[in-house]
Write a protein that binds this ligand. Structure first.
Ligand code: HEM
Length: 408
C-alpha cells in the first residue's frame, strides 16, 4: 500500500479503479471496494476513466477537514481536477464548480428563497401538492410507477413555482437533466442536452426581463438589468437550480421509499409515530444511509496539503466519497444499519464547507412532508415487483431508481 501512495504519484496499473461497483443484492450500500479502502486508511489513490490517479478520501473526519480547507478548490477548469467523465466542450459552468470570491458572489444572488424561514412558509403549499398527488395516485390504476406518478412531480412542481418555470414543460427539462447527469452518456450528448436547457432558460430569462413576476428567475433578470450578471450567467444559474432542485429530491423520495419498504420495522416506526422530530430524524438518517450523490465531491489541491500522514501535492485531484464517509464507523456506530431514531444530523450527504447544499432546507422540508404523508395515507404500499427487477441508477451522478413499481 505504501508504494501505491508514494508522493511521486501512483502506478495506474496497481491502483483500484473508481467508481467501484456496488455489491449485487445490496443496492443501498456503497461499493465494498470503498469500504476496503476506508478500512486501510483515510485516503488512498484511485484510477479514473482517463488513467489519472487522484486521491479518494474515505473517512469522515479527514473529509470534513478537507472540504472546509481553503487550499482545496472546486474549480473544474484547473488542471488535475478529477472529472467524473469526459468534459463536454463549452460545458456550462455554474457556481457549484467555482471558487470564492466569484462562487460566493453568485451564490448570494440566489440564496434568499432557500433560507429556513422562507422554506417553512412554503410548507402548506408543498403539503397540498403532496396531498393532491396522493389523491390522484389513489384514484388511478395499480400498479403504478412511483417515480413518474409522485417522486418526480413533487420537487419539480415546487422548483418550477419557485423559479418561475412553467411546469407544463416538465418532460422537456426532465429528459435533458437526466442526460446531463448520466456519467455514461457521450460528452457530445451531454453537451447538447446542456445547450438545449441553457437556451430554454435563456429564453425564459428574456421573458422575465420583459415581464417580471414574483419568482427567482425574475430576480436574476433584475441582476442582468443592473449589470451584475450576464444573461448567459442568469440562464446557467437557472439550469443549476432546476436540475439540483428536482433530480436530487426525486431520487430521495423514490429510493427512500424503497429503503423503508425493505426495512418494515423502520417504516412502521415512521408511519405510526406522530412526532415531527421523529420524521425530521428519519429524513436525516435516510440522507445519511442512502447518500444519493454517490460519485463523490470533486476537488483539486491548490497547495501541498499534509493529511493523515500523506502529502496531497498542489494540482492533485481529490474525490470526497461522501457515501462511504457517511458509513464511517468512527462517526456513526453500526453505520450500515438504517435506524431512524439515531442522531444522523452530522452527515455529509449535503456536502460540507462553502459548497454545502444551498437547497438543503427546501429538500429537508419536502422530504419531511412526503415521508410523513405518503405511508400514512397509503399504509399498505408495497413493491409490485422483485427487488432485483428494479433498475438502479448506477450510471448517474445521482443515485436512485429509474422506476419503482408499487401497489397497495
Ligand atoms: C435530497 C436532496 C439533495 C441532496 C442530497 C443534495 C446534495 C448536494 C451536495 C452534496 C452538494 C455539494 C456539492 C459539492 O460540494 O460539490 C450540493 C450543492 C448544491 N445544491 Fe443540493 N442537494 C439536494 C437538494 C437540492 C435542492 C432542492 C436544491 C435547490 C435548488 C439544491 C441546490 C444546490 C446548489 C445550488 C448547490 C451548489 C452550492 C454551492 O456550490 O455553493 N440542492 N447539493
Amino acid at each position: 500500500m505504501t508504494d501505491i501512495l508514494s508522493a511521486a504519484g501512483a502506478d495506474p496499473a496497481v491502483v483500484p479503479e473508481f467508481p467501484m461497483a456496488r455489491a449485487a443484492g445490496c443496492p443501498f450500500d456503497p461499493p465494498p471496494g470503498l469500504r476496503s479502502l476506508q478500512e486501510e486508511g483515510p485516503i488512498a489513490r484511485v484510477r479514473l476513466w482517463d488513467g489519472s490517479t487522484p486521491w479518494v478520501v474515505t473517512r469522515y473526519a479527514e473529509q470534513r477537514a478537507l472540504m472546509a480547507d481553503p487550499r482545496v478548490s472546486a474549480d473544474i477548469t484547473r488542471p488535475g481536477y478529477p472529472a467524473p467523465a469526459p468534459l463536454p466542450k463549452g460545458s456550462f459552468a455554474s457556481f457549484i464548480l467555482m471558487d470564492d470570491p466569484e462562487h460566493h458572489r453568485l451564490r448570494r444572488m440566489v440564496q434568499a428563497p432557500f433560507t429556513v424561514k422562507r422554506v417553512e412558509a412554503m410548507r402548506p403549499a408543498v403539503q397540498k401538492i403532496v396531498d393532491d398527488l396522493i389523491d390522484d395516485l389513489l384514484a388511478g390504476p395499480r400498479p403504478v410507477d412511483l417515480v413518474e406518478a409522485f417522486a418526480l412531480p413533487v420537487p419539480s412542481l415546487v422548483i418550477c413555482e419557485l423559479l418561475g418555470v412553467p411546469y407544463a414543460d416538465h418532460d422537456f427539462f426532465q429528459d435533458n437533466s437526466k442526460t446531463i447527469i448520466r456519467r455514461d452518456a457521450p460528452p457530445e450528448e451531454r453537451a447538447a442536452a446542456g445547450g438545449r436547457l441553457t437556451a430554454y432558460l435563456d429564453d425564459l430569462v428574456g421573458r422575465k426581463l420583459a415581464e417580471p413576476a414574483d419568482d427567482l428567475l425574475s430576480q436574476l433578470a433584475g441582476r442582468v438589468t443592473a449589470g451584475e450578471l450576464t444573461r448567459e450567467g442568469a440562464a446557467q444559474m437557472g439550469v443549476l437550480l432546476l436540475i439540483a432542485g428536482h433530480e436530487t429530491t426525486a431520487n430521495m423520495i423514490a429510493l427512500g421509499t424503497l429503503a423503508l419498504l425493505q426495512n418494515p420495522d423502520q417504516l412502521a416506526l415512521l408511519r405510526d409515530g406522530d412526532d415531527p422530530k421523529l420524521v425530521a430524524g428519519a429524513v436525516e438518517e435516510l440522507l445519511r444511509y442512502l447518500n444519493i450523490t454517490h460519485s463523490g465531491r470533486r476537488r483539486v489541491a491548490l497547495e501541498d496539503i499534509e493529511i493523515a500522514g500523506q502529502v496531497i501535492r498542489a494540482g492533485e485531484g481529490m474525490i470526497m466519497a461522501n457515501d462511504i464517509a457517511n458509513r464511517d464507523p468512527g462517526a456513526f456506530p453500526e453505520p450500515d444499519d438504517l435506524d431512524i431514531r439515531r442522531d444522523a444530523r452530522r452527515h455529509v450527504a449535503f456536502g460540507f464547507g462553502v459548497h454545502q447544499c444551498l437547497g438543503q432546507p427546501l429538500a429537508r422540508m419536502e422530504l419531511q412532508v412526503v415521508y410523513s404523508t405518503l405511508y400514512r395515507r397509503v399504509p399498505t404500499l408495497r413493491l409490485a415487483t422483485d427487488l432485483d427487477a428494479i433498475p438502479f441508477k448506477h450510471d448517474g451522478q445521482v443515485y436512485g431508481v429509474y422506476e419503482l413499481p408499487v401497489t397497495w
